[in-house]
Unconditional design. Structure first.
Length: 318
């Protein structure tokens, strides 16, 4: 089975009231863990590559490893560019996304959310026109999420919710296939200040769902920051005070509405790092990477199985 686009995935997810997990990949172990979990749950899955991952692992290596995962699992897997063009000029943003389209990605995101509305539309439409000519689907973003993740740096004061009044015009003029919106999620492991109660603007999501019936909505910055892994890190030499994420019950509610894709990155990092720290603390004489990366890979796999089964609701939907 070749790599697939998200078109059929999202159609089924919207109609079925569940979401597809979009998990960020950086190396072989994370790719194996995520796809083994999806295989165990018979779930479709999206593997996504950020600018930081492209710089760290090299796009060509990641593409070949994802192709290997498709061959091994036989699952419907989409390869997605996450936050394409973030922090770049419009021309450089287009060229970055174009390189991913040309190299074999089946889905790309163009992030023009930091531009004024008209400039975001112009850049997004240019990308969409090119990607569609190559059979690749496009995700865009309207509104700004707070937080830090790779090339995305948005201060709390600069974050803004998506305006439902703009979504119909944006989608109709750009022709995008899905839309990432800002309703209170945030990038990174420190999504909320200590003592504050996490809240998502489901009223905005509901309005957008009514304005764009059947249209797939995306949530970025949706890691729950499992305190089990935070504690594991802190107990084994780490220092992550006040790391707070999105409650899983809120993500499940979003998945039952118009949200068809939920992005998860920080939770992968936490599971992997927690397992590595714990193993090395318990086995200070070990130095073979296979020794500590094996339990790390298993920790990520079990975390992803939990997300698919209990949060996303995509088990058995492949």
């Amino acid at each position: 089975m070749p790599l697939v686009t998200t078109t059929e995935m999202f159609k089924k997810a919207y109609e079925g009231g569940y979401a597809i997990g979009a998990f960020n990949i950086n190396n072989m172990e994370t790719i194996q863990a995520i796809t083994e979990a999806a295989k165990a749950e018979n779930s479709p899955v999206i593997l996504q590559v950020s600018a930081g991952a492209r710089k760290y692992a090299n796009q060509a290596y990641l593409l070949k490893m994802v192709e290997a995962a498709v061959e091994v699992t036989g699952l419907p897997i989409a390869l997605h560019l996450d936050h394409g063009g973030a922090g770049l000029s419009p021309e450089d943003a287009f060229l970055q996304v174009k390189s991913c389209v040309d190299s074999g990605f089946t889905s790309v995101m163009i992030d023009g959310s930091h531009y004024p509305f008209e400039e975001n539309i112009a850049l997004t439409k240019r990308v969409t026109d090119y990607a569609h000519s190559k059979g690749v689907v496009v995700e865009a973003e309207l509104g700004k999420l707070a937080g830090i993740e790779d090339a995305v740096h948005v201060k709390d004061d600069d974050a803004m919710f998506t305006d439902p009044a703009e979504v119909q015009e944006f989608v109709s003029r750009t022709g995008v296939d899905s839309l990432a919106i800002a309703i209170g999620t945030s990038h990174g492991a420190y999504k909320f200040k200590p003592g504050t109660k996490p809240q998502l603007r489901f009223d905005i999501l509901e309005k957008i769902g009514k304005l764009l019936p059947g249209f797939p909505i995306v949530l970025h910055g949706a890691s729950s920051v499992d305190q089990t892994y935070v504690q594991m890190i802190n107990e084994n030499g780490g220092k992550m005070p006040d790391a707070i994420g999105i409650p899983e019950s809120m993500l499940r509610q979003a998945a039952s509405m118009a949200v068809c894709k939920i992005n998860i990155d920080s939770d992968i990092r936490l599971a992997l790092t927690g397992a590595v720290r714990k193993y090395l603390n318990e086995h200070p004489d070990h130095f073979d990477p296979r020794q500590y990366l094996s339990p790390a890979r298993e920790a990520v796999k079990q975390m992803v199985i939990h997300k698919i089964r209990d949060v996303l609701g995509s088990s058995g939907k492949a």
